[in-house]
Design a binder for this molecule. Structure first.
Ligand code: ADP
Ligand code: ADP
Ligand code: MG
Length: 461
């Protein structure tokens, strides 16, 4: 087993990895930017090294500085978390060439599945259905028009290297197609340094259903069920739940088998997620693979009674899948709310700054993965997610009631958060009935009766 692991990340996921390492008796090395000096991941790690200034391009994305830190700290492995360098195949190769284990898939598998266009090709080759669309990259506006006429409007223009809902535009006619093509390429060029786009038919109000894959270096590949991530705002996940209220056992089996088949076809190793869209008629289409641990891995852990980050470390160390992962059994229901430092009353504008008071809910069935604390200043440079609130119940209803209760206890002052927005969703009839799709958030916010629900906040007023 490894003796020391470098965590090439920040925020809650850095804490998540540090916690797993501590329980495994592995020493940890945190890296951090000047903006994160007071961050919990720096305080909880055994050692820490500053790798640059606040912008991630000068710190968390600097492969050279991270490798120097790994050298100085004499680590045997690097966990990339999610975001930043987690899906960077070149980074995985640099780690290997420095004889430091990259805790994740091979660079080859990352290349095959990391770029959405090649992932679509791999899925087609494996016989897994993809959303009808372009055969490859769409090079010009003229090409885009031709393809749209062939597949029929509405269409989606998507960046090959997109992520976090960025670099994506819907188009309902030729005019919006030309605009969307330019907007998607420009946004992708700025955000990911790659302007390439491809096209898919727009599936109207689909469900987002993804399967958790775990695979070891001995050829064992399994899935640990699905997560329903259809509660989205601007194509970004807001709430996730496991299992999905939509899936029948037979559809679950079909999609799960397809997910494993696709992972096997690229010799996938370690944790990964196969994302699908499911339409009204129960047709499913592969959209992309995330070749890393995901933000919402937590709900799978709660339902399947496992630790996916520890399992990632075991797999990287060459061990076989643990028996409870190799033969996973689902029990209970789990829901996760992503708490962001944003103001839902002001179009979700970012709300960085000092957290003057922080009190997290607790009690039975409540889990918090967060790096926030009283006195912590949320820096404006990074992702706005400051906490994941997860509740578990024997049934979906009890998990929802527990979430409502826990959100009501959650007190964060000094900055605005999305807690009032989550409160509103927990009270919404369509959410409570489990009859929702990716159009849910827009419908809810456009309804006449929509209102945000602040928690009561008596403790700190
Ligand atoms: P990202 O890399 O940003 O996560 P995805 O390809 O996973 O991008 O898509 C994110 C979300 O965007 C999906 O969950 C879905 O809600 C929406 N979406 C993507 N492609 C389509 C499509 N072809 N039709 C309808 N919605 C789509
Ligand atoms: P705990 O937090 O309950 O101590 P750990 O995650 O530390 O659990 O796991 C301790 C050991 O038990 C590990 O070897 C792990 O592989 C195994 N383990 C963890 N969860 C389960 C489970 N649900 N069923 C069977 N074995 C498990
Ligand atoms: Mg996605």
């Amino acid at each position: 087993m490894f003796e020391k692991i470098l965590i090439a990340n920040r925020g809650e996921i850095a804490l998540r990895v540090i916690r797993a390492c501590k329980e495994l008796g592995i020493r940890t090395l945190a890296v951090y930017s000047e903006a994160d000096v007071d961050s919990l991941h720096v305080q909880l790690a055994d050692e820490s090294i500053c790798i640059g200034t606040a912008p991630s391009s000068d710190s968390y994305l600097r492969i050279d500085r991270i490798m120097s830190a790994a050298e100085v700290g004499d680590v045997d492995a690097i966990h990339p978390g999610y975001g930043f360098l987690a899906e960077n195949a070149h980074f995985a190769e640099v780690c290997e060439s420095c004889k430091i284990k990259f805790i994740g898939p091979s660079a080859e598998a990352m290349r095959a599945m990391g770029d959405k266009n090649s992932a679509r090709a791999a899925a087609r080759k494996a016989g897994v259905p993809v959303v009808p669309g372009s055969d490859g990259i769409v090079k010009s506006e003229a090409d885009a028009i031709k393809i749209a006429n062939k597949i029929g409007y509405p269409v989606m223009i998507k960046a090959v290297s997109g992520g976090g809902g960025r670099g994506m535009r819907a188009a309902h006619n030729e005019v919006s197609l030309v605009q969307g093509f330019r907007a998607a390429s420009n946004e992708a060029e700025k955000a990911f340094g790659n302007a390439e786009v491809y096209m898919e038919k727009l599936i109207v109000d689909p469900h987002h259903i993804e399967f958790q894959i775990m695979a070891d270096t001995h050829g064992n590949i399994v899935h640990l069920g699905e997560r329903d991530c259809s509660i989205q705002r601007r194509n970004q996940k807001v709430i996730e739940e496991c299992p999905s209220p939509l899936l029948s056992p037979s559809l679950r089996k079909k999609m799960g088998d397809a997910a494993v088949k696709l992972a096997r076809s690229v010799n996938y190793v370690n944790a990964g997620t196969m994302e699908f869209l499911v339409d009204d008629s129960g047709n499913f289409y592969f959209i992309e693979m995330n070749t890393r641990i995901q933000v919402e891995h937590t709900i799978t852990e709660e339902v399947y009674g496992c630790d996916l980050v520890k399992e990632q470390i075991y797999i990287a160390a060459g061990e076989k899948l643990s028996p409870h992962i190799a033969n996973p059994v689902a029990h209970q229901h789990a829901i996760q709310c992503r708490i962001n430092a944003e103001d839902p009353a002001r179009n979700f504008q970012p709300s960085a700054g000092l957290i003057s008071f922080y009190y997290a809910p607790g009690g039975r069935g409540v889990r918090i993965d967060s790096h926030a604390y009283t006195g912590y200043t949320v820096p404006p440079f990074y992702d706005s997610m400051i906490a994941k609130l997860i509740t578990v119940g024997a049934t979906r209803e009890s998990a929802i009631e527990r979430m409502r209760r826990a959100l009501g206890e959650y007190l964060i002052s000094g900055i605005k958060t999305t807690i009032p927005f989550h409160n509103a969703i927990m009270l919404n009839a369509d959410f409570r009935n489990g009859t929702y799709d990716t159009g849910f958030v827009d419908r809810m916010m456009n309804s006449d009766t929509f209102e945000l629900h602040p928690s009561n906040g008596r403790l700190h007023d």
